[in-house]
Design a protein around this ligand. Structure first.
Ligand SMILES: [Zn+2]
Length: 264
């Protein structure tokens, strides 16, 4: 296996697209900074794919990824995704994945109090109709690794079911609130019918990356243009092998190593 066989895929995590005067969140990126970031991605030759497309590629289900793939994800389902992120994404020809906390949807039944103005069901439907992937982000946004198994199941199933019923589409994707999961949570996500799940973590993923813990890179208000470039061009981004046989070979090597370690 050579390095040339692997494609690096940065998976970015955004929250709000808002001015500092509009929100107290240090994760909110201003509309101007967001547009500049999309401009950079275009000039650097990146092509956006959805998290679901990346996951399908990791599973070996589809053909090649574009030459310089990137995944843009947005957590929680803030209303500004519809008013600000979508028009900018359109302008730059980018797709994205939005992970919705279903209990926070602006016009949800039995709505829970949310951090800000969130998307409405109509807006979520419009966004999905425009080709953006909709994923789940639980119903109440809990720390899943701290909950009893029954509640984890409930959170994972309820959010997926709501989204699929409203959209009439399969929803294979999940993002763990705060990026927190455990081996048990990942197993329950698989049981609940998800095909992949995103965590958070600015670390290098191995080519045989776990489909239920895809690492993401956090973009925040303090992320300067230079820091953004380092994020997407850097060595901390996930690598996806271009040939499935190589992925299997690499997994094999890892298994042998694990066995040797266990024997030692
Ligand atoms: Zn969240």
């Amino acid at each position: 296996m050579t390095a040339a066989a692997a494609v690096r895929v940065p998976v970015l995590m955004y929250h709000e697209i808002a001015e500092a005067s509009e929100t107290g969140s240090s994760l909110a990126v201003s509309p101007a900074a967001f547009a500049a970031q999309l401009g950079y991605l275009r000039s650097a030759g990146f092509t956006a794919v959805t998290a679901g497309e990346l996951s399908a590629r990791l599973a070996g289900d589809v053909g090649k990824l574009p030459e310089r793939p990137i995944v843009l994800t947005f957590d929680d389902g803030y209303g500004d995704f519809h008013s600000r992120a979508m028009p900018a994404l359109d302008r730059y020809g980018c797709t994205a994945t939005v992970f919705i906390t279903t209990g926070w949807v602006q016009d949800a039944d039995m709505r829970l109090s949310a951090a800000g103005r969130m998307l409405t069901w109509t807006q979520i439907t419009e966004v999905a109709g425009a080709g953006v992937e909709i994923g789940a982000h639980t119903r109440r946004h809990p720390q899943l690794d701290q909950l009893p198994q029954k509640r984890v199941r409930e959170e994972l199933r309820a959010s997926k079911q709501w989204l699929e019923d409203k959209l009439g589409l399969p929803v294979p994707g999940l993002a763990y609130p705060y990026g927190y999961s455990s081996a048990r949570v990942r197993e329950l996500a698989r049981e609940a019918g998800y095909g992949y799940a995103c965590g958070v973590g600015n670390r290098t993923a191995s080519p045989a990356s776990d489909q239920f813990e895809l690492p993401r890179l956090t973009v925040r208000r303090a992320t300067t243009m230079a820091a953004f470039r380092r994020l997407v061009d850097g060595r901390t981004t996930m690598r996806v092998l271009e040939d499935r046989a190589l992925t299997r070979g690499w997994t094999g090597v890892r298994r042998v190593r694990a066995r040797l370690n266990a024997a030692g």
